[in-house]
Design a protein around this ligand. Structure first.
Ligand SMILES: *Cc1c(COP(=O)(O)O)cnc(C)c1O
Length: 229
């Protein structure tokens, strides 16, 4: 059995090696530990090994963990599909959202972000593979959505996220190019959320600034049929 601390050390070493291979400075890429389906105690173990940014896919599960670990200085990122009846909980409990893909959701998050909190840091999820079945805005519709999201109060648009088909590393290049194109009209975008346990090297090579790693840190997930509370 490998411990979470050992797994984290291995993932960090992979990241450092990928950064060096790409000629990027050490620490250029943020490591997001994806803790979906994992208990709060696993998050605590990762925190004790120096990890502070965690990603969750299910709202209730993420909020429960954030509340259970409220005494720790953690940054919670919401990375799952967003239903409009869940936006308030996301706006109140998360620092980042990676999966905004329509204006209605962004508007609700903006309205519901509590004033005392800093702006919600937002990424737009892009359907870079162009698969009808998957979440994310199409590249064609992205510029208009990005303009509208960037104009909302209570949110800061930071960049883009994608979940390509396994093995489709060309998608990473596509997302990097898409972000570059957006720079012309929206300055200040600095985040490319792409790369998971199996393809973090390819993502770092093509400009990822944040990789989302679950299994390589926490081990296999149980894949519950419904979100665990
Ligand atoms: C589960 C998940 C991850 C982590 O995937 P691993 O293959 O376990 O590293 C990353 N991003 C999203 C959006 C996920 O849902």
């Amino acid at each position: 059995m490998t411990s979470i601390a050992e797994n984290l050390a291995t993932v960090r070493a992979r990241l450092r090696a990928a950064e060096a291979a790409a000629g990027r400075p050490a620490g250029a890429v943020t490591l997001l530990a994806v803790s979906k389906t994992q208990p709060a105690e696993a998050v605590r173990a990762a925190y004790e090994a120096g990890q502070t940014a965690f990603g969750e896919n299910y709202v209730q599960e993420g909020v429960a963990k954030a509340q259970a670990l409220a005494e720790l200085p953690l940054d919670w990122h919401f990375i799952g599909p967003i239903q409009s009846n869940k936006t308030r909980a996301i706006a109140e409990h998360f620092a980042w959202v990676h999966s905004v893909d329509r204006l209605k959701i962004a508007q609700r998050l903006a309205e519901q972000r509590p004033a005392p909190l800093p702006p919600l840091q937002v990424l737009i999820q892009v359907n870079i593979d162009d698969e009808a079945s998957k979440a994310g805005v199409s590249p064609a519709e992205l510029p208009a959505l990005a303009q509208a999201v960037a104009a909302l109060p209570g949110l800061t648009l930071r960049g883009l996220m994608c979940i390509p088909r396994p093995g489709n590393v060309e998608a990473f290049q596509g997302l990097a190019k898409t972000l570059q194109d957006l720079h012309a009209t929206i300055p200040g975008l600095d985040t490319l959320s792409m790369g998971m346990s199996d393809d973090l090297e390819a993502a770092v090579a093509t400009g990822a600034t944040l990789v989302r790693i679950g299994t390589a840190i926490f081990g296999a997930r149980a894949y519950p049929t419904s979100p665990t509370p």
